[in-house]
Design a protein around this ligand. Structure first.
Ligand code: M6R
Length: 612
């Protein structure tokens, strides 16, 4: 939520910051701004709307600064507007600040500052924090970094802040708690950003800042301290990411690029781990914790959104293969109730970004109660990765489209491998079934490739139903969470109201919605529920609903029944969701595009939800 970029060095800061903001726009895009400090002073430029509007606004302006900060916003406190956009200026006009996060006790701080004569120009918690820092700075007559430290000890909430002081033209001060912050180390220059994408073309040397750390950056110097003013040795890491991975590569949108990458990302996820011929799965995170898994009384999957849907599929898989009871929890609910957690319970935190605030806090809470945290994560070095005891990365590469696609199929692939690795060790699966499923997994990239070839026919189906007001998505068993995911994708991208339901549950209420105007998407590949779902389809047809069915190639029964069919390669029912979700993604994508929406940046959403 909100993207931040900052630069100090020898180059012109504005082009670097602008490019960085465009890369971080997936994190929020309702307004954008920069603060630049040059010989003539500190200037702030900000605009409601996307980064392109800020760029437009600044065309032709001389912006020679070599130090600056930039922000792309996802509104929390205060509507999207020019005045609520970041950076904010302090009362004295000497400080500019950007912020990603939420200051929960801002109302009290604001009251205290108003009593002291402060007047606020925006509705944001950020302006309050900035003036709180300035107030401490002036009253204590101390260094700015000292004022930041004092202020942050009194602040409740989450933040990454970056400050620019008009009197320190070579220094940036940044701090983090609960939101991500990466420092890029160049030659005579430093970069700061919410993730590595704005940094990658300048340097591969990075430092991930931890919670309660403060960074003081000059062109040739990086000082890291804790809030107790003790110096910390920066842990410099090499970025394992290429520039091409964060560019569109000839596709119209990141979403479609990422959908089409899936045969490759799933292959990358399997590579080096699965050997179908030898019958082995190598996953050190699982092997190092095998005793814990074998004796686990329970696994709790904690996640949000699409990652939560991956957890639901995993519930079916783990219970079937490993005979371990599984619960799947919305992180946002789990963190606020008083869940019963036993020592030795395994919490699987599933997250693409590894920064989702609800998931992060939920696992910290579970950790305090003795649970083991196993992360299923895409972003290496992310906050959840660092808070986990062990885990397995999904290796899907950067996912930039706000609607999650390739991360989901990679999560399913990793979760299936984890379950199989435990099941063979625990002897809850027969050798034949194990070998069969390994082969099935091995064949997934090719089957995904074949499914992607259906994109033109799926586009035609999309054109037929793009004007629908509502849609229903139904599935059973392993395909039930796929129906939920299909409905979520459609809602996000096309703003069509959609509901996902277990197909059999439909008769307990949603069937009342069915008439000749309601398209119903069935995820109905060949599995042990096949005959049952055909009956559910009959029930919809009998009420004149329109049926779009994702089926297994060669399924004559459903072909004769449905209005439109999308036939995908046959796969074991346990593996099928990795393939059957792809038509869901394509359908939502094409409907969104046909309706003229910005599918990579759907309204009101952000890629990383780092606020609760
Ligand atoms: O980064 P995470 O996997 O933790 O994100 C969880 C959700 O915010 C995310 O899946 C969201 O629902 C997507 N927009 C779905 O497409």
């Amino acid at each position: 939520m909100c993207g931040i970029v900052a630069y100090v060095g020898q180059k012109e800061a504005y082009p670097i910051i602008l490019k960085g903001l465009k890369r971080l726009e997936y994190r929020g895009y309702d307004s954008a701004g920069v603060a630049l400090l040059d010989e003539k002073g500190l200037n702030v430029y900000k605009k409601q709307g996307k980064v392109a509007e800020l760029e437009e606004h600044l065309i032709g302006k001389a912006l020679p600064a070599h130090i600056g900060i930039g922000h792309t916003r996802w509104a929390t406190h205060g509507e999207p507007s020019d005045r609520n956009a970041h950076p904010h200026m302090s009362k004295s006009g000497k400080l500019a600040m950007i912020h990603n996060g939420i200051i929960e006790n801002y109302a009290q701080l604001k009251q205290d500052l108003i009593k002291k004569g402060y007047v606020f120009k925006s509705d944001t918690d950020t302006e309050v924090l900035l003036n709180f820092i300035e107030d401490i700075w002036i009253n204590n007559n101390c260094e700015l970094e000292e004022a930041v430290r004092i202020a942050l000890k009194r602040v409740v909430g989450a933040y990454v802040i970056v400050l620019l002081d008009a009197d320190q033209p070579d220094t940036l001060i940044a701090a983090r708690k609960g939101s991500p912050l990466v420092i890029g180390i160049g030659k005579g220059e430093h970069f700061l950003a919410s993730d590595a994408s704005p940094i990658i073309e300048y340097t591969k040397e990075v430092v991930y800042v931890n919670d309660y750390e403060l960074a003081i950056l000059k062109p040739d110097e990086l000082i890291l301290k804790n809030l107790g003013n003790e110096k910390i040795t920066p842990f410099v890491q090499k970025l394992d990411m290429e520039l091409a991975a964060i560019e569109k590569g000839g596709f119209d949108h990141f979403m479609i690029k990422e959908i089409f990458e899936q045969s490759e990302t799933i292959y990358d996820c399997l590579r080096g781990r699965l050997d179908a011929e030898k019958g082995t799965i190598k996953m050190s995170g699982v092997e190092n914790n095998m005793e814990r898994f074998i004796h686990a009384q329970r696994i709790i999957m904690v996640a949000c959104g699409t990652s939560w849907h991956a957890g639901l599929v995993a519930e079916y898989i783990f219970e079937e293969l490993c005979r371990i009871p599984v619960e799947v929890e919305y992180a946002s609910e789990f963190r606020y109730r008083n869940p019963v957690i036993h020592k030795g319970d395994i919490i699987m935190a599933i997250s693409q970004s590894g920064e989702t605030a609800d998931t992060l806090v939920a696992i910290e809470k579970a950790k305090e109660q003795g649970a083991i945290i196993f992360g299923i994560l895409n972003v290496v070095g992310s906050s959840i990765a660092r808070a986990s005891h062990a885990g397995a990365y999904t290796h899907a590469g950067p996912e930039i489209g706000v609607a999650s696609t390739k991360a989901f199929t990679a999560q399913l692939t990793v979760l299936t491998m984890v379950a199989l690795r435990i099941a063979i060790e625990k002897k809850t699966i027969t050798h034949d079934r194990y070998m069969h499923l390994l082969n099935e997994l091995h064949e997934v990239p090719a089957k995904v490739e074949a499914t992607l070839k259906l994109s033109e026919s799926i586009k035609a189906v999309a054109a037929k139903y793009a004007d629908a007001k509502d849609m229903l998505y139904l599935g059973r068993g392993y395909n039930f969470p796929v129906a939920l995911e299909g409905a979520l994708k459609l809602k996000e991208i096309s703003y069509i109201h959609a509901e996902g339901y277990p197909a059999a549950e439909m008769k307990h209420g949603p069937i009342a919605l069915v008439d000749e105007t309601l398209p119903v998407v069935f995820v109905a590949t060949k599995d042990s529920y096949h005959e049952k779902i055909v009956s559910n389809m009959q029930e919809i047809k009998a009420r004149k609903g329109k049926v779009i069915a994702v089926i297994t190639e060669g399924d004559e029964v459903i072909t004769g029944l449905a209005d439109d069919v999308i036939a995908i390669p046959e796969a074991d029912e346990l593996i099928a969701p990795i393939i059957s979700v792809i038509p869901m993604q394509l359908l939502a994508y094409y409907i969104g595009v046909l309706k003229g929406y910005d599918v990579d940046k759907p309204r009101n959403l952000a890629k990383s939800v780092t606020v609760e």
